[in-house]
Design a protein. Structure first.
Length: 372
């Protein structure tokens, strides 16, 4: 029999469901995703670090979890179905889970995997109601409280110290918890990519290796002057782009060069800050596999995968920069580009996984800039 588990919100409301996964307390920003598949990719995506991930699709876990070898680090080839070697979401919320799994590649159930990963999950809540709360109250925080809790969800140096505390990822430099600690080279090829790791998804690395590139994975605080590369890649990652240490200042120096730069998600925001723009926190962000964007100045539209809670302010974009993409729903900036230099960034995920691959051509376009 499953033990009871409460979700307590920063607005004072609370909800009771059943616990699957680890019997641990957890806290973070309450966010939702409308994705129907790709739950193992989402939970292991470093961009969800410090967030309680609420799946709006009513049935999650029905195709199980593929095999993730123990002790796996950054070793090629990366196993499919995951975007890092560990679960990064602080906790998970579902309407219904699937105790039985049906898939040829299923290795274990969602419940078993979450237990092994040390992640609590509340089942049986009205996720539609939670989405209404998230959309009506900006930056809602939550706590997961199992009836017989055995400790706290391990979040490294940011593990909450008090059972009554609400952890707000927007008030901390959480990028340090998901960035690689040592430089390493992955793949082989004539084109060298300097990838500044703010919490990179594995599929970004997979894509560039498949294009015949050598990727040097760099800790977030690496001095760029010590790196020999043909192109810079600023990766996705979690948290507030203004709470990323000296990274913006490092990227500012790169803008005096002519080497191509591509920013993705958090990398887009950091490139925007380095260019002189301003970012702000959104009320509830864009998080799903079906966010529509259009390329500015064209009639071309794309469906994209997104997970971000910050946006670049329109009026703050300097004159030598322009909006490259915009969100169809709210017209916010979804990408920027320099008018004369090969510097570009996108707020969405061209590498998808999970989600549509409509914009994978952006990687090819940037590599064409390298060849020039």
């Amino acid at each position: 029999m499953r033990q009871k588990c409460k979700l307590v919100l920063s607005d004072g409301s609370s909800f009771q469901g059943d616990l699957i996964g680890a019997p641990l307390r957890a806290s973070g920003e309450l966010v939702f995703t409308t994705g129907m598949v790709g739950y193992s990719e989402a939970i292991t995506d470093p961009s969800y670090f410090g967030q309680i991930l609420c799946f709006t699709y009513p049935l999650i876990g029905n195709y199980g979890i593929p095999d993730l070898p123990k002790g796996l680090g950054l070793q090629l080839p990366f196993p499919s179905g995951f975007e890092s070697a560990r679960a990064n979401a602080a906790a998970v919320i579902l309407t219904i889970d699937s105790p039985e799994v049906f898939h040829w590649n299923s290795f274990q159930s969602l419940d078993e995997w979450l237990k092994n990963q040390g992640v609590p999950c509340v089942v049986g809540l009205d996720t539609r109601h939670l989405v209404h709360l998230i959309r009506s109250q900006p930056n809602l925080l939550g706590r997961i409280e199992p009836e017989d809790a055995e400790g706290y969800r391990d979040m490294g140096a940011l593990t909450p110290k008090s059972p009554s505390a609400f952890f707000d990822p927007g008030m901390n430099n959480i990028m340090t918890e998901v960035s690689v600690k040592e430089r390493m080279r992955l793949g082989k090829g004539s084109t060298r990519i300097g990838l500044i790791d703010c919490g990179v998804k594995w599929n970004i690395i997979r894509q560039f290796i498949n294009f015949g590139c050598e990727v040097e994975l760099l800790p977030w605080d690496t001095d760029p002057s010590t790196v020999d590369c043909d192109m810079w890649l600023l990766s996705n990652g979690p948290g507030d782009p203004t709470r990323t240490g000296d990274l913006t200042q490092h990227v500012e120096k790169l803008l005096h060069e002519d080497r191509p730069i591509l920013g993705i998600c958090l990398g887009h925001q950091i490139l925007s800050l380095a260019a002189g723009a301003i970012t702000r926190r959104m009320p509830y962000g864009h998080r799903s596999h079906n966010q529509p964007v259009y390329e500015c100045g064209t009639r071309r539209g794309y469906i994209t995968s997104q997970n971000h809670g910050y946006v670049v302010e329109d009026a703050s974009l300097p004159g030598e920069w322009e909006a490259w993409f915009r969100n169809v729903n709210d017209q916010t900036i979804e990408g920027i580009r320099h008018k004369s230099k090969p510097f570009r960034s996108v707020q969405f995920h061209p590498e998808a996984s999970g989600g549509p691959r409509d914009t994978s051509w952006i990687f090819e376009q940037m590599l064409a800039e390298v060849k020039k």
